[in-house]
Design a protein around this ligand. Structure first.
Ligand code: ADP
Ligand code: MG
Length: 504
């Protein structure tokens, strides 16, 4: 790569867009784009991709931060003064114009600076429209680029979706922008067409040599096309890297989950390069502090299936489907389901064993700010989670709801809901857990497995014996490791949300 191609063409500095209703669509985004790069914003719908692109194009203004183009702040430059063109998902071609006229449309309005020499040899500048020959040449060049030579006279309404999208791209590149923005440009196409166009766009990027800033929610599309991927969530950049970086070394569980089909385990470091999940201490290659809570990512293709008793952890195959090249199987270990891909099928019901090699265990630091559990509501309106049962306030599941005397939940609209066995997400803060020496005091019982001094308090982990569920909390009291204790959580400190809407 030449030095030139490493120059930053665009820089986003603290870029922020808060909408009038308080929606923080883009939250302090810092990023640079290199000249000639193919960079992709990837994230779920609503994560702020379009808003970011609209600000780069100049259709929307940041509420804070700035956009630099070749080092100069362009935040106040109108869209038509920026050397940037955009291709949208809905390509908005003029239906009454033919292919040629659609592409030439912008050029006919365009005025360029021309310099002449007057009789004294002095240079004078004039603003002129492009000549017909110049327009012709530019349109032909753009059509060639998108492989639509000979389509000039065709009415756009007779073209296929893919062809229309190519016209839209030709219209964007005919102005010779330095930067092309593409907002889910293939979103309206069917799968086959999308795959073809992905390759064509990549080819076009090479031929044009300009900077592409691409937006998609499709991870596969991002992985195949980009030099650099920017993963976003809730207006915040999660990770920036090459497709291989992002795939192999996801920075957090959101990225891992979004990028591929992954197994993500909540795990604990239990020794020097030893990490514990699904009830086994696995050797790993990453160095983390003992007792640190981590997320472990294992790709389905990295789980090796062996006969029962021959691997690290035994379990049972509960599902298997043929996916064309490989089988995708689900193995159950305790309550955990593990997705495995292999060209060799293990039948449903078969007892097997899994093996994961140390360098296929990707460990990510967990920003541990709260305890999270999967739970369910009992018929007594208590909640079971973390190998325990606790009193809770179920009315928080529905805004404005109350409990009637029979224990049914009555919603704001007067609907009566039976919450028995309803699955919930449970959150408990680090400051909201107390422990007691008396087993009968709390809702769950376990042993203190870790006590770390954090400057002005201790962070403790109580682990239950049944399923090794952890309660992490801060306290100023000192305890002894291995003490058997019970976990007390006040009703008001148990935050509940529904896993899914209940059918009434
Ligand atoms: P994406 O392109 O990633 O799907 P958007 O950038 O379109 O996301 O939207 C990001 C968030 O900002 C969404 O929650 C969306 O509802 C909100 N949003 C977008 N445009 C507006 C607007 N004009 N007014 C208020 N909220 C908006
Ligand atoms: Mg969008």
């Amino acid at each position: 790569m030449s030095n030139n191609s490493k120059e930053k063409i665009i820089e986003l500095v603290g870029l922020t867009r808060e909408f009038e209703d308080g929606m923080l669509a883009v939250d302090n985004v810092n990023l640079y784009v290199r000249k000639g790069e193919f960079i992709t914003f990837l994230g779920p719908s609503g994560c702020g991709k379009t808003t970011t692109l609209r600000m780069i194009a100049g259709f929307d203004k940041p509420t804070a931060g700035k956009i630099l183009l070749n080092g100069k702040d362009i935040s106040d430059l109108p869209p038509n003064k920026r050397p940037i063109n955009t291709v949208f998902q809905r390509y908005a071609l003029f239906p009454h114009l033919n292919v040629y006229e659609n592409i030439a449309f912008g050029l006919k309005l365009k005025k360029v600076k021309v310099t002449y020499q007057d009789s004294q040899g002095k240079e004078i500048e004039k603003i002129e429209k492009l000549s017909k020959t110049e327009i012709n040449a530019k349109v032909e060049k753009a059509l060639k680029m998108v492989d639509l030579e000979g389509f000039e006279k065709r009415s756009v309404s007779t073209l296929s979706g893919g062809q229309q999208q190519r016209v839209a791209i030709a219209r964007a590149i005919v102005n010779e922008p330095k930067i092309l923005l593409l907002d889910e440009p293939l979103g309206a196409l069917d799968l086959k067409m999308r795959k073809d166009m992905q390759l064509e766009l990549k080819e076009m990027h090479k031929k044009l040599g300009i900077t592409f800033i691409y937006v998609t929610h499709d991870q596969e599309e991002a992985l195949t096309m980009s030099d650099t991927i920017v993963v976003m969530k809730d207006g915040v950049i999660q990770q920036v890297g090459t497709p291989t970086d992002i795939y192999n070394e996801p920075k957090n569980s959101f990225v891992a989950d979004f990028i591929g089909e992954s197994n993500i385990f909540s795990a604990t470091i239990v020794g020097d390069r030893k990490v514990r999940f699904i009830g086994h201490n696995f050797d790993c290659v990453d160095d983390f502090a003992i007792n640190e809570k981590v997320d472990v990512v294992v790709r389905p293709e990295d789980v090796i299936l062996l006969d029962k008793g021959e691997g690290q952890v035994d379990g049972k195959i509960i599902n298997s489907i043929f996916k064309g090249v490989h089988y995708e199987m689900v193995m159950q270990v305790g309550k955990t389901e593990i997705v495995i891909q292999s060209t060799v099928e293990r039948k449903v019901g078969e007892q097997v064993s899994l093996l994961i090699k140390p360098d296929n265990i990707h460990i990510m630091a967990k920003e541990f700010s709260t305890n999270k559990y999967d739970g369910y509501i009992t018929k007594h309106n208590t909640v079971c989670f973390g190998d325990g049962e606790f009193e809770c306030d179920v009315t928080q599941l529905y805004k404005g709801s109350i409990l009637d005397e029979d224990g049914y939940l009555i919603t704001e609209d007067g609907d009566k809901i039976d919450l028995t066995d309803v699955d919930v997400n449970v959150e408990v803060g680090l400051k909201d857990i107390e422990i007691s020496d008396h087993e009968e005091d709390g809702g769950a019982v376990g042993n203190i497995v870790s006590m770390i001094y954090k400057g002005d308090h201790y962070q403790l982990i109580v682990r239950t014996s049944e399923n090794e569920e952890d309660y992490v909390f801060d306290t100023e009291d000192t305890w002894n490791e291995n003490d058997r204790v019970s976990v007390i959580i006040k009703k008001e400190n148990i935050k509940l949300s529904l896993k899914q809407e209940i059918k009434r």
